[in-house]
Design a protein around this ligand. Structure first.
Ligand code: THU
Length: 129
């Protein structure tokens, strides 16, 4: 992975709205158009209404006109590496391939690289998609 994706995820983390958990998370996607789309977690006083950094980045990608995650980086300030939560794994998989690489980062860089299939093995698949 080129350094820019990690830097983009770390930069995005600064935009987190996480006053309740105080657990900022950042995500960055390189899409098939070559552009980088970023996101941060956005919490809400009504706790279940908040959402994770990964879907924010996915939303940015979709609204930018892209559809395919080529590679993705995730970072959380307070974890040495931040594996995406279960719901996020499903959301990411909608736009990724089994071999898509996901980089789990800390403040200094990539700490672990995983494929989509490693993160979400035996995933839900139907003839619909
Ligand atoms: N969070 C993410 O943004 N991504 C994940 O994959 C795990 C959790 C956020 C949600 C919440 O705002 C905070 O981290 C604490 O759970």
């Amino acid at each position: 992975m080129s350094h820019d994706l990690f830097e983009a995820a770390r930069g995005a983390m600064a935009f987190a709205h996480a006053p309740y958990s105080k657990f900022p998370v950042g995500a960055a996607i390189r899409a098939e158009d070559g552009k980088v789309y970023t996101g941060a977690n956005i919490e809400n006083l009504s706790f279940p209404q908040g959402w994770c950094a990964e879907p924010t980045a996915i939303s940015a990608m979709i609204m930018g006109g892209a559809k395919k995650i080529v590679e993705m980086a995730v970072i959380a300030e307070k974890l040495p590496l931040c594996p995406p939560c279960g719901g996020c794994r499903q959301k990411i998989s909608e736009f990724a391939s089994k071999g898509t690489k996901i980089y789990l980062c800390d403040e200094t860089g990539v700490k672990k690289t995983m494929t989509m299939d490693e993160l979400l093995p035996f995933s839900f698949e139907t003839e619909l998609g």
